[in-house]
Write a protein that binds this ligand. Sequence first.
Ligand code: UT7
Length: 317
Amino acid sequence: MRAQIIGTGSCLPEKIVTNDFLSTIVDTSDEWISQRTGIRERAVCTDETLTDLLTQAANQALERAGITAQELDLILCATIRGDYITPSQACVIQKEIGASCPAMDISAACTGFIYALDVAAGYFARKKVKKVLVLAGDCMTRMMDWSDRSTCVLFGDGAGAVVLGEGENLMAIQLTANGNVDVLNIPHVGGDSPFDKLPKSQSYLSMNGKEVYKFAVSSMYRDVQTVCDQAGVKVEDVDWIVPHQANLRIIEAAAHKLKVSGEKCLTGIENLGNTSAASIPIVLDRANTEGKFKAGDLLVLTAFGAGLTTGACVLRW
Ligand code: UT7
């Protein structure tokens, strides 16, 4: 592959909601949420739009990459639901940051960032681009049924971004999809067509948590091994695993099966909750700005989500 990450950025909304606060809204407790998921608090959108979060993450990534928006050849945005059904969220951000390149959204739920990396890698392979902005973001808390304790406590809002430039550091990407609406879905928002005979449904997330949990652990275990094989590296040689942040127990169970020590798995779920596709680039950006990565470190990104989709990526920092 002909690409490498040359800048990272992220942005969270200002309001922090603790587990204790949630227990005043639904029948839950800090003990249940933190023990079952590892989540203690999450950032939640109030008057921020997804555009606000993504614009800030994008500008940060551009600044750290040392390039201007005008130098971008492509913008990809992984999101479940942009601020508009149309135009795409990527086009909205293109205007906000002052870019003039093509822009489009990628819909692969929590796996979206890795799907977007793979799409970008294809553009690099065809030599159509030199600089690509890959964004991921969602305001998940606006898609929750806030009377359903089994889902509303799990999610948070946020955005992440990376700038890709030419290089050889993206080593392998592995994607899967296994169509299954029942286990995890968010129905569409209805219009008000006088001819429409379909039942009106609320656009809330519904999920069979146990099924997703089992799928997540087994697919992370499989994908990390597969993508390491593709890249010609051994799992034990990986310096950092950057997993999708949905549940600390999922991360720990997958790491245990892979025989990878906990310190190698980067987490942020304690104060992020599940931020869907944004979780990997947010955690990546945090580790990058904390100076955790050394040049040459071997990273594996791994995600799963609605679709059901999964993805993993090996890259050299
Ligand atoms: O990004 C992809 C999106 N989704 C995920 O990754 C989610 C994957 N799944 C999970 O993380 C876990 O399955 C959950 C955290 C969602 C649930 O954990 P669990 O250990 O599988 O719990 P459970 O669903 O088996 O529920 C156990 C009990 C139930 O009560 P009973 O039937 O045993 O009496 C639930 O009603 O916990 C109850 N419960 C709660 N109690 C307090 C469910 N939600 C809550 C809550 N507070 N918020």
